[in-house]
Design a protein around this ligand. Structure first.
Ligand code: FE2
Ligand code: FE2
Length: 259
């Protein structure tokens, strides 16, 4: 199976470059399944039913979330019937599901797990459950299903936590893809026991910005040490950042475009 994983898809520029490029990439690379992080899909924070559906029309089949996924309050209801997983290590009964099996008929089935890191995040991430233990628990549930392709989106800030989870799950899942930092890393590779891994897929969105936000606002923040109101950059060069995993040949490669 050929699976394309797109990193944090940020706001209007992210949706626009995906609409522009994804239909051709799907054809050229003979992609069976496209997954994207919807954590910044709507207005730079969170997702909405409308932006999810708009992105599905462009060719994304399934979505993942992260620290912003419940930014738009109505999404706590909307998440229930949309093709999306949110971090599985939220404590208690968070809306939505943390993992899902995507059935692709004769091509096979994919278990998609979303987890969030706890290291170097400044907010409520401190109250999340341990993502390592949560991953092991979920994999245990599916231990008898040998043919299942197993993928993890690890939405985390610290590269150390991401690398550690990659090695922890090496040989137990087909892919561990990092998201959240918005900056792509050039370390896509197969780990020693066979798991495809990348520390961060990177953001699809405007790259003449600081992680999607107008650069002058963030420079001002660092100069004054005072919180500024964020505005998202909508003009300038856009990037499309993704990785393509071929589970038959066990090969991962980066697919990056700028426009
Ligand atoms: Fe993000
Ligand atoms: Fe995030």
């Amino acid at each position: 199976m050929r699976i394309l994983f797109i990193g944090d898809l940020v706001g209007r520029p992210g949706r626009s470059i995906v609409k522009d490029l994804l239909p051709q990439i799907r054809k050229d690379e003979d992609v069976d399944l496209v997954i994207a992080s919807a954590d910044n899909l709507a207005g730079g924070r969170g997702a909405t039913r409308g932006t999810i559906n708009e992105t599905r029309d462009a060719g994304v089949d399934f979505f993942t979330g992260g620290d912003h996924i419940f930014h738009h309050r109505e999404f706590e209801q909307d998440i229930e019937d949309l093709p999306i997983v949110r971090p599985a290590n939220y404590p208690g009964d968070a809306p939505g599901v943390g993992y899902a099996v995507i059935d692709l008929g004769s091509k096979g089935s994919v278990l998609l797990i979303n987890l969030m890191g706890r290291t170097a995040f400044g907010g409520p991430q401190a109250y999340l459950e341990d993502p390592f233990t949560r991953a092991a628990e979920i994999l245990e549930e599916f231990s008898s299903e040998e043919d299942l392709i197993r993928l993890v989106d690890f939405h985390a800030e610290a590269t150390s936590e991401k690398k550690a989870l990659g090695f922890y799950l090496d040989g137990r899942v087909d892919g561990v893809f990092g998201t959240h930092t918005h900056v792509p890393t050039c370390d896509a590779r197969i780990l020693p026991l066979g798991t495809a891994y990348v520390t961060d897929v990177g953001m699809s969105g405007n790259i003449e910005s600081v992680l999607g936000v107008k650069k002058d606002i963030i420079i001002e923040l660092f100069l004054t040490a005072r919180l500024q109101k964020f505005e998202w950059e909508n003009t300038g060069t856009k990037a499309f950042r993704s990785v393509l995993l071929n589970t038959d040949s066990n090969h991962i490669k980066r697919l990056d475009f700028e426009k």
